[in-house]
Design a protein around this ligand. Structure first.
Ligand SMILES: *Cc1c(COP(=O)(O)O)cnc(C)c1O
Length: 393
């Protein structure tokens, strides 16, 4: 294979980040590793195998297709689909043993029918909307009655418990925070308010004798914010991949390590004269003679065009600025006086040895976005190369 651009995924860093999260939540709280979106671009199958082998309890995906991909790769760990299940996909979920979130009773009924048809149980997590206003059942009363229905519990005290939804069982109750990743220096009003609302609903269900199963709410930010948000299970994503949900320096002592680095190789070097320009639109014009390296990586590989001229890449351990516009398949970098040769490996994203800053975070900040988006953007044509796998992985 003529590998000129590749993403290196360091599984040792991944295991390290899992252990940081484990230390944060303790041994009694389950960890559902969020491996949606191809494990944030890192490769869902390999990452899931590694995380389960290293002690993650469960996996979280965004769609039923993502869950099926794991099952077809032979991954049998419990999987929860975070996204809304399309009507008609119930049998697929049941057949593959993928737990789903539910938001209303009609959905429960469809799942129950599918479970009965296939003769297999269906695990559901009641999703409660406490303020994200994205998914979930809204309002305390509606949430409580959906929990009762999913648990097959009687609505009124004194009535006999009825198996209202055969085939369906309540594996969990969950919510999602809108603001847990705000700066730790700000007062945590909204997350506390959401948690209090969630607590009220869970306690009301428990007061009726309902087994609410796994109660869960925390994304990475909430994992590090307070143990009050851990409940029975946490659902970290970005922290597993090595990025802090808060700005750097807010959580001294939690050393997460970026897992992914993006590399390419210099395919051409050219000495340009004063006044010559680089790339489409001639936005970069040499003010002195410059040496320009061509790199076979572009926006079709997931390096956004908006980073044109904004982000340094690393050549021979030193920063080299991107010259002119990023093209679909290529971009150019200024390597004057860096002693670069054709064939040299160039780091596009990854932890810098010199300044300790993960450049994907710098790049995201430059663009006014978050590390998540740049990770997910790394496209399918970029091969993922795994290093540091545990024995047998
Ligand atoms: C993506 C996602 C997570 C993980 O979020 P991070 O901020 O990456 O930790 C947790 N829960 C749900 C429902 C999600 O969609």
């Amino acid at each position: 294979m003529w590998r000129q651009t590749w993403a290196e995924v360091d599984l040792q860093c991944l295991r390290h980040n899992l252990s940081v999260i484990r230390a944060q939540v303790g041994s009694r709280v389950q960890i559902m590793a969020s491996v949606k979106a191809n494990a944030y671009g890192h490769g869902a199958i390999r990452v899931s195998r590694e995380l389960i082998a290293a002690g993650a309890d469960r996996l979280g995906v965004a769609s039923i297709e993502e869950g099926i991909e794991l099952r077809e790769a032979g991954i049998m760990a419990p999987v929860l689909c975070y996204g809304a299940l399309p009507g008609g996909a119930e049998e697929e979920a049941v057949r593959h043993g993928i737990a789903v979130i539910v938001m209303d009773e009609a959905e429960l009924e469809r799942l129950s029918a599918a479970a009965l048809r296939l003769g297999r149980p269906c695990a559901v997590h009641v999703k409660v909307d406490t303020g994200m206003n994205r998914l979930g059942v809204r309002g305390r009363g509606a949430a409580l009655s959906l929990i009762r229905a999913a648990a097959g519990a009687a609505a009124a005290a004194g009535a006999a418990a009825l198996a209202a939804r055969p085939g369906v069982w309540l594996e969990g109750v969950c919510t999602h925070f809108s603001s847990a990743d705000e700066s730790l220096r700000l007062i945590d009003g909204e997350t506390e308010r959401q948690a209090a609302e969630f607590d009220a609903i869970v306690s009301a269900a428990r007061a009726e004798g309902i087994d609410t199963g796994l109660v869960h709410a925390a994304n990475s930010a909430a994992v590090f914010r307070s143990s009050a948000y851990h409940y029975d299970m946490v659902r970290p994503g970005i922290a597993l991949y090595g990025y802090h949900p808060f700005s750097k320096g807010e959580l001294p002592g939690t050393e997460l390590r970026p897992v992914l680095s993006l590399y390419t190789r210099i395919v051409r070097l050219a000495r340009l004269e004063v006044g010559e320009a680089v790339s489409y639109g001639r936005t970069f014009v040499c003010e002195r003679p410059e040496e320009i390296a061509t790199l076979p990586v572009g926006y079709a590989d997931g390096v956004p065009r908006l980073l044109s001229g904004k982000m340094p890449v690393r050549v021979r351990g030193r920063a080299a600025h991107i010259a002119g516009r990023i093209c679909m398949d290529q971009m150019m970098a200024v390597v004057t006086d860096l002693g670069a040769d054709a064939g040299d490996v160039v780091q596009v994203y990854g932890e810098s040895a010199t300044d300790g800053v993960a450049s994907i975070e710098v790049a995201a900040a430059e663009m006014g976005t978050i590390s998540y988006e740049l990770l997910c953007a790394i496209s399918a044509r970029v091969p993922r190369v795994y290093v540091g796998g545990s024995a047998g992985g």
